[in-house]
Ligand binder design. Structure first.
Ligand SMILES: [Zn+2]
Length: 127
């Protein structure tokens, strides 16, 4: 994509924040290593995603954090939006509606929390 592209030769043993400027990011349903955290952050133990600067996310343990390249990546993985930082508005919801089983944005925000384990890393993926 750009100079942030990175290929991992080794199995990824970290989740979320992986040391100086290295993050695990879900992109197109797969886990990749990236030098940028992506558009949204999620907490795997709750199945919730939010804005990168969301306090709820930053208080979560590092090993429980994961990042998403796009809104679609978070929704496809089954994560629902955070009620604190409200990362989704009606316009966003229209965009991802076909990927969500709830009929309204409000219902989507109130989907029960559940653990969602991210995919494991495939070999030689790059972003
Ligand atoms: Zn939030």
């Amino acid at each position: 994509m750009n100079s942030a592209s990175l290929v991992s030769e080794e199995p990824i043993t970290c989740m979320g924040y992986c040391g100086p400027q290295l993050y695990t990011v879900i992109k197109d349903g797969q886990l990749v290593l990236s030098e940028v955290p992506g558009a949204y952050a999620g907490i795997v133990t709750k199945g919730i995603f939010g804005r990168l600067e969301c306090k709820s996310g930053m208080y979560a343990k590092r090993e429980n954090r994961v990042f998403f390249a796009t809104l679609e990546d978070a929704v496809k993985m089954g994560f629902r939006p955070c009620n604190k930082c409200k990362p989704l508005d009606e316009e966003h919801f229209e965009r991802v509606k076909s990927l969500v089983r709830e009929p309204t944005l409000n219902d989507f925000y109130h989907r029960p929390m559940r653990r969602i384990d991210p995919p494991t890393l495939s070999e030689s993926l790059r972003w």
